[in-house]
Design a protein around this ligand. Structure first.
Ligand code: CP
Length: 335
């Protein structure tokens, strides 16, 4: 399916509008755009209820008993796929992890025919990751009203559940967002994680949002909230920051690597390290969505240090996905 075709078929309601039912409930999660502060807080509050404590039994519920969740990952994933799988199981759902490499899409079946086939098997929720922009919304426009679509990572555009787990982790450490300076460092241009985080943080009223990258990896104009400051000097970006999020270089999305610094130069200029973190606010936390390239965008020992909340982000990923699955299933039932 070409981008042009998807754009043509995606031009009715915006994605932000498409994700709500007629009575304003969240039915699909395609983007964090269009969710207001109360809706985000509500999802974060629900997520907090599902957070597990290491060493204790996990939280379970029967909210999805009799429901089926299908994971369709057309791009690699460890964290998102595993956590959607566990989240659905802990809510009592049947889970289908379709191996897209051996699916009939490889024989030329269109994505919609594939969805309609699984819809006939009574899949209730499709969790979709795709390298092409617009795919989750395209599917959402074509499924029947008993089905929900959750975006699990869309090209460089959006990764809303990652955005939610990042918000939850920040809230757990810092409480209110209004006084926070958040610095996101790395390949901003190609990062769906940075876009969803920026959207969520802006809605939550963060005091200052800094996006720090080499000039060649800076975002295109208009692709981030206006509030975000674009910087190219890491020291300037880290000064006084309460939250520092490092991002990997998304080589799979970069056609021409000319002008991208080599590994040693990149770490020297943009690597988040213990030394560099001395510029940040006392008590600043270090985040990374994973997968991490240790020694490139983040010093390996910093990733394992007490400042790092990376493992907590992963743990929160299950809680957030349980909250999102419970929410959309309730919305489907109440239509
Ligand atoms: N953060 C994230 O999306 O990781 P995965 O690619 O492993 O799912």
């Amino acid at each position: 399916m070409s981008v042009t075709k998807l754009q043509r078929s995606n031009n009715a309601a915006t994605e932000a509008e498409l994700q709500f039912t007629a009575n304003g409930q969240l039915r699909h999660l395609l983007t964090l755009r269009g969710l207001d502060r109360d809706q985000l807080n509500d999802l974060l509050d629900q997520s907090q209820e599902f957070v597990t404590v290491p060493g204790q039994s996990v939280v379970r519920s029967k909210a999805l008993l009799g429901k089926t969740v299908a994971n369709l990952f057309f791009e690699p994933s460890t964290r998102t796929r595993a956590s959607f799988d566990l989240a659905a199981q802990r809510l009592g759902a049947d889970v289908l992890n379709l191996d897209v490499n051996t699916s009939s899409r490889k024989k030329g079946e269109s994505i919609l025919d594939m969805i309609y086939t699984l819809e006939a098997m009574q899949v209730d929720v499709f969790v979709v990751r795709d390298a092409e922009a617009g795919v989750p919304a395209y599917i959402a426009r074509h499924v029947n009203k008993y089905v929900s679509i959750l975006n699990a990572g869309e090209s460089d555009v959006s990764h809303p559940t990652q955005g939610l787990l990042d918000l939850l982790t920040i809230r757990q450490h810092k409480g209110e967002f209004e006084n926070l300076i958040v610095a996101i460092v790395g390949d901003i241009a190609h990062s769906r994680v940075a876009r969803s985080a920026a959207e969520g943080l802006t809605t939550m009223g963060v005091c200052e949002l800094r996006l720090i990258s080499p000039p060649t990896l800076a975002p295109a104009p208009g692709t981030f909230p206006e509030k975000a400051k674009i910087l190219h000097d890491l020291d300037e970006g880290l000064r006084g920051a309460d939250v520092v999020m490092a991002l990997r270089i998304q080589r799979e999305r970069i056609v021409n690597l000319d002008g991208i610094p080599g590994i040693d130069e990149y770490f020297a200029r943009y690597g988040v390290s213990h030394e560099r973190m001395k510029l940040a606010a006392p008590g600043a936390i270090v985040m990374h969505p994973g997968p991490m390239n240790r020694g490139i965008e983040i010093e390996s020992s910093l990733a394992d240090s007490p400042r790092s909340v990376i493992t907590q982000q992963v743990r929160n990923g299950i809680a957030v996905r349980m909250a999102v699955l419970s929410t959309v299933i309730q919305s489907l039932a109440s239509q």
